[in-house]
Design a protein around this ligand. Structure first.
Ligand code: BGC
Length: 736
C-alpha cells in the first residue's frame, strides 16, 4: 500500500512538472495589467496588437500615440531611440518589443534546423539557440519567430529544412530544446529572447508539397503527428505561437477556433501570445472565408489571433484599420480586445521589458560568450549533423597515402550557400568553405586539384573537361554538389528532387573515370539520389552546416571526427513514392515482393532509399540481447527494456540507439513503428554497453475512436536499433 502511494506520488510529481509552470498565474503582474487596461483607450489597446516593421516618420507618430506595440529589427541605436519614445513620450509608458526571425543563429550561423535534428542532440541544439539569443538580444531583438516545429513528411515542401523532420517524438524534444535555449530559465534574464512556436498548425502537410497549399488531414493525424511539438513547446513555457498560412480542413489556421482556442487555450491552458504569420489574416479573403479586411479581422480575433504580424505594413494591415470599427459597431466585444492585450502585456511583464527597456551594452560586454566558445559549439553541431549515407570498402576516412585530391563541384568552394535559408545577420565571409576546410586539415604534401565543373543550376557543360582532368590527375575525387540555399525554405517547393542543373551528369561522368569518389551533398531536403547511392563509393549528407561547415566536413573526410548523424526524414527513391515516412499504418496487404496483390509499385521498390533514423559510422555497432524486464505493465507502472550495444569495428564512435513501439491490436489502426526514445551512446572499439530505456504508460497513449487519449490493454512490440528499418524486437503487455 505504502509502495503504491509512493508510486502515485511519483506520477503526480511527473505530471505537475509537465504542466505549463512558467506561466503560473502571477497576481502582481495581472494586477498591473488590470490597472493599465483601465487607463487605455481602445486605440491604445489595438496598438498593442499591431506589429509594424516599416520605420518612418509615420511610425514615430504612431508610437507616440501608443498605436504600436511591436516593431521589427533595426540597428541597436535606432531601436533604443524608438524605445525611448515609447517609454518616455507616451501616456502609459508601455515599452515596445522588437521582433524578427532568428532561425539557426544570429551572427554565428549554425547548421540549418533539419541538419541539427540529425544530430539527435537536443542539448547541443539548446546551446546553439542560447548563443543566438545572446547575440540577438545584444543587438536589440527581444523576440524571435522561431522555432519552426512543423512536422514535414513531404520533401518537396521547401520548409522541411526549417524543422526537425518527420517524427513527432523527436520533433517535440527538439522543439522544447530550442524554446529552452532561446528563453533560458527566466525570460527576464537579459540575454534571453522570447521564442515563437510556428507555424500553428499542420502547415507542413501542404498538399503536393506546394508551399501555402491547402491541408486536409484527419483530426487523428493532426493530434498525433502535427500537434505534439506545439504541445511540447507550450509545456516548457513558450512565450508565443504563430498561426499558420494553411487552410486546415476547411478553416484556415489563422481563423481556426478549434486549434487556436479549443486546443491551445482550453485543452493546453496556454497563456501566451498568438501572432499571425505574414499577412495570414489578410489572406483569409483569398481563402474565401472573409469578404473584406474587416471580416478577416473579425475572423482572426474571434478565433484567437492576438497580434497582426504585419500590422500596417502589407497594404495597410488589418487589425490597425478594422478592429476599432468592429468594436464600435459591436461586432466584436471590447472584452475580446482586452483579452489579447492582456496576453501581450503579460508577455512584456514576463520578459522584464518594463524594468530594462534598453539594450544593456555593459551587461553584454561582460557576459557575451567568447568567439572561441561560439565557434566550438558551431563546429560540434556541424559535425554531429553530418550523415554518412554510404561508405563502400571503407573509402572514408581518407587514407594517409593519398597525394592528391580532386575537389569538384559548384559548392566545393562556396561560402554563401553554407548559410542555408534564413541566415539572420550571418555573413558568407565568416563561413569556412569545404575547400578551406580541406586545406586546413589535409596532411602536408597533398595537392588539391580544384575545378568547379558547373554551377548549381547550370545547363552548360563547359566546365566538365577541367573537372575530368582534375579527377584523372588525382588519387581521389570529392564532389560537392547539391542545391543553392534559396532552393529550400519559404516559397521554395520543388516538384523534382534530383540534383539541379547538370550536376548529376557531372557526377556520373566523373565517377565513370574509375577513381574513388566521395559525394558531399549540400541541400535543404532529401534528394532523389538513386544513381549516386548505387554507383558512388562514399556519400555524405551535410545539409547546410553554417560557419564551421568546411571544417566539420574536412574533420569527417580525414577521420578526425567519426560521423554519427542519423536521418530525421526518409529519403525516397523517387518523387513518385511521396509521401513516404516510417510511421505509417499497416495495410491489409502489406507489401511483399513476390505477391502481386500486395501494397507496392510495379516499377519501383516500395522501400525508401534511406529510412528514417539511418546513418553510418566509420565503425560498426551490433545490437543484441534485447530484454524486457517485466512482461506486463499497468497504468501505474513503468517498464525497463535493455539492450547490449557493442562497437564491433576499429574506430571509437557514437551510435544513436532508437526505441520504437507498436501497438499490435487496438480500437483504431496504429503505426507499424513509433519512435519513443533515443540515446547517444559512445563506445570505444570492442566496448559493449548495456542501454536501458524506460517505457512509461504515457508513451503508449493514443487517440481512440472517440478522439480521447487512452491506452488499450493488449500486446505491444518494442524495438531497438540503429535505424527504423533495422531493429531487434521484443514485446510486453499492457494490462488494466
Ligand atoms: C514566414 C514566417 C516568418 C514571417 C516573418 C513569413 O513569411 O512564413 O516563418 O516568421 O514571415 O518574417
Amino acid at each position: 500500500m505504502k509502495k503504491q502511494k509512493i508510486k502515485n506520488l511519483f506520477f503526480i510529481i511527473i505530471f505537475l512538472s509537465t504542466l505549463n509552470i512558467s506561466y503560473a498565474q502571477d497576481s502582481s503582474i495581472e494586477n498591473k495589467i488590470d490597472s493599465l487596461l483601465a487607463k487605455m483607450t481602445l486605440q491604445e489597446k489595438i496598438g498593442q496588437l499591431v506589429r509594424r516593421t516599416d520605420y518612418d516618420k509615420n511610425s514615430v507618430e504612431m508610437i507616440k500615440e501608443g498605436k504600436i506595440g511591436v516593431m521589427g529589427y533595426y540597428k541597436r541605436s535606432t531601436r533604443d531611440s524608438l524605445q525611448k519614445i515609447a517609454v518616455e513620450q507616451t501616456k502609459l509608458h508601455i515599452p515596445l518589443l522588437f521582433a524578427a526571425d532568428v532561425i539557426h543563429g544570429f551572427n554565428t550561423t549554425f547548421p540549418v534546423p533539419l541538419a541539427q535534428s540529425c544530430s539527435w542532440d537536443p542539448d547541443l541544439a539548446e546551446k546553439a539557440a542560447s548563443i543566438a539569443a545572446f547575440e540577438a538580444s545584444s543587438n536589440g531583438l527581444d523576440w524571435t519567430f522561431d522555432p519552426m516545429i512543423d512536422i514535414a513528411r513531404d520533401p518537396r515542401w521547401g520548409r522541411i529544412v526549417e524543422g526537425a523532420g518527420e517524427d513527432p517524438y523527436l520533433g517535440s524534444i527538439m522543439a522544447a530544446a530550442y524554446v529552452r535555449g532561446f528563453q533560458g530559465n527566466n525570460l527576464k534574464d537579459k540575454w534571453t529572447i522570447a521564442a515563437t512556436a510556428k507555424h500553428y498548425v499542420a502547415y507542413g502537410a501542404a498538399q503536393a508539397g506546394r508551399d501555402y497549399n491547402t491541408v486536409d488531414i484527419s483530426e487523428r493525424t493532426l493530434r498525433e503527428i502535427y500537434l505534439p511539438p506545439f504541445h511540447a513547446a507550450v509545456n516548457v513555457g513558450v512565450a508565443s505561437i504563430m498561426s499558420a498560412f494553411d487552410d486546415l480542413n476547411g478553416v484556415p489556421a489563422s481563423a481556426n477556433y478549434f486549434t487556436l482556442t479549443k486546443i491551445l487555450r482550453d485543452e493546453w491552458h496556454y497563456k501566451g501570445v498568438v501572432i499571425s504569420d505574414y499577412n495570414s489574416i489578410g489572406e483569409l479573403m483569398n481563402q474565401g472565408i472573409a469578404k473584406d479586411k474587416q471580416d478577416a479581422a473579425r475572423e482572426a480575433i474571434t478565433a484567437g489571433v492576438d497580434i497582426d504580424l504585419v500590422g500596417d505594413t502589407v497594404v495597410d494591415g488589418v487589425y490597425n484599420q478594422y478592429l476599432e470599427t468592429l468594436v464600435k459597431n459591436k461586432v466584436v466585444p471590447e472584452s475580446l480586445i482586452d483579452r489579447s492585450v492582456r496576453r501581450v502585456l503579460r508577455m512584456k511583464f514576463r520578459m522584464g521589458i518594463f524594468e530594462h527597456p534598453y539594450v544593456d551594452t555593459a551587461y553584454f560586454k561582460k557576459n557575451m560568450p567568447s568567439k572561441k566558445y561560439k565557434n566550438k559549439i558551431a563546429l560540434e553541431l556541424a559535425r554531429e549533423s553530418i550523415v554518412l549515407l554510404k561508405n563502400k570498402n571503407h573509402l572514408l576516412p581518407l587514407k594517409k597515402k593519398i597525394h592528391s585530391i580532386a575537389l569538384i563541384g559548384p559548392l566545393a568552394n562556396d561560402q554563401e550557400d553554407l548559410l542555408g535559408p534564413w541566415s539572420g545577420m550571418g555573413l558568407p565571409e565568416n563561413n569556412i568553405s569545404v575547400f578551406t576546410g580541406i586545406k586546413n586539415e589535409m596532411p602536408a604534401g597533398v595537392k588539391i586539384n580544384y575545378a568547379k565543373g558547373c554551377g548549381i543550376l547550370d545547363t552548360s557543360r563547359s566546365g566538365f573537361d577541367d573537372a575530368v582532368k582534375a579527377v584523372e590527375n588525382s588519387d581521389v575525387a570529392i564532389l560537392v554538389v547539391g542545391e543553392s540555399r534559396k532552393m529550400s525554405g519559404e516559397a521554395a517547393s520543388r516538384a523534382t528532387l534530383c540534383l539541379p542543373g547538370v550536376q548529376e551528369e557531372l557526377v556520373e561522368k566523373l565517377t565513370k573515370i574509375g577513381k574513388p569518389v566521395v559525394v558531399v551533398l549540400m541541400n535543404g531536403r532529401p534528394l532523389t539520389i538513386d544513381w549516386i547511392s548505387k554507383n558512388v563509393q562514399a556519400v555524405l549528407e551535410t545539409w547546410f552546416l553554417g560557419c564551421q561547415g568546411g571544417n566539420a566536413i574536412a574533420d569527417v573526410l580525414f577521420g578526425r571526427y567519426n560521423p554519427s548523424g542519423k536521418l530525421t526524414t526518409t529519403f525516397p527513391r523517387s518523387v513518385g513514392q511521396i509521401p513516404l515516412f516510417y510511421n505509417h499504418m499497416n495495410t491489409g496487404r502489406p507489401p511483399k515482393i513476390d505477391e502481386r496483390y500486395s501494397s507496392k509499385y510495379l516499377d519501383m521498390p516500395f522501400t525508401p532509399l534511406y529510412p528514417f533514423g539511418y546513418g553510418l559510422s566509420y565503425t560498426t555497432f551490433k545490437f543484441s540481447n534485447i530484454k524486457v524486464v517485466k512482461k506486463k505493465i499497468n497504468k501505474n507502472d513503468s517498464l525497463k527494456v535493455l539492450v547490449d550495444i557493442k562497437n564491433t569495428g576499429s574506430y571509437a564512435g557514437t551510435e544513436i540507439a532508437q526505441l520504437y513501439i507498436r501497438d499490435l491490436v487496438a480500437d483504431v489502426t496504429r503505426p507499424v513503428k513509433e519512435l519513443k526514445g533515443f540515446k547517444r551512446v559512445f563506445l570505444n572499439p570492442g566496448e559493449t554497453k548495456i542501454i536501458t530505456f524506460t517505457i512509461t504508460p504515457k508513451l503508449l497513449e493514443f487517440y481512440n475512436i472517440d478522439m480521447k487519449k487512452t491506452i488499450e490493454p493488449g500486446k505491444f512490440n518494442v524495438m531497438i536499433g540503429g535505424n527504423s528499418d533495422d531493429v531487434l524486437t521484443s514485446s510486453f503487455e499492457f494490462v488494466k
